[in-house]
Design a protein around this ligand. Sequence first.
Ligand code: DGI
Ligand code: FE
Ligand code: FE
Length: 190
Amino acid sequence: MERNEALEIVKPHLTKHRYEHTLGVMETAIRLAERFGADKKKTELAAIFHDYAKFRDKEEMRLLVQNVLSDRLILEYGTELLHAPCGAYYVEHEVGINDSEILDAIRFHTTGRPGMTLLDKIIFLADYIEPGRTFPGVEHVRELAENDLDAAVVQAIENTIAFLMKRRQLIFPETVATFNSLVKDKKREK
Ligand code: DGI
Ligand code: FE
Ligand code: FE
């Protein structure tokens, strides 16, 4: 699928602000793919569709997770997490993309997962550092992403977990498992 066709499909599902975020993620992700050697077409499509379900009805997504995706746990951690796994499902069944690497990058773009693929990391990070993002500490993650993808991902996760803790929000166990997995990989390198 060509870029413009994909953008036309996703556009009506997003607000103007979220569409601009998506363009930022796409451009950032492609730059990361060039730098770290990922497939550019897969990166482009995963980025374009990563927030496809951001504005879907929450109740519809809860039912999908419960009845079709059979994931009880995620339902206990607030509604923000739903759009990632539900997005992967809708992109497969409504848009017709069936590449499992693209679908996984969408599925895990909010929480990560232990043993993230290169494409997972690129989409996760591009979502965090695209030019429209202004979180405290984002500039440091952008610098890390210049030459150490894993260091950048682990820093983004640290920031997210700290942000959630400060607000007394629940931390999804897979987010912590992703952090642990990256820290273990780092220790093994030494
Ligand atoms: O969809 P975006 O806004 O572009 O970004 P995203 O998919 O990373 O979603 C960010 C939201 O997800 C933000 O509100 C924090 C929330 N989030 C990320 N990790 C966790 C989480 N929420 C909970 N409860 N637990 C997590 O581990
Ligand atoms: Fe998202
Ligand atoms: Fe996003």
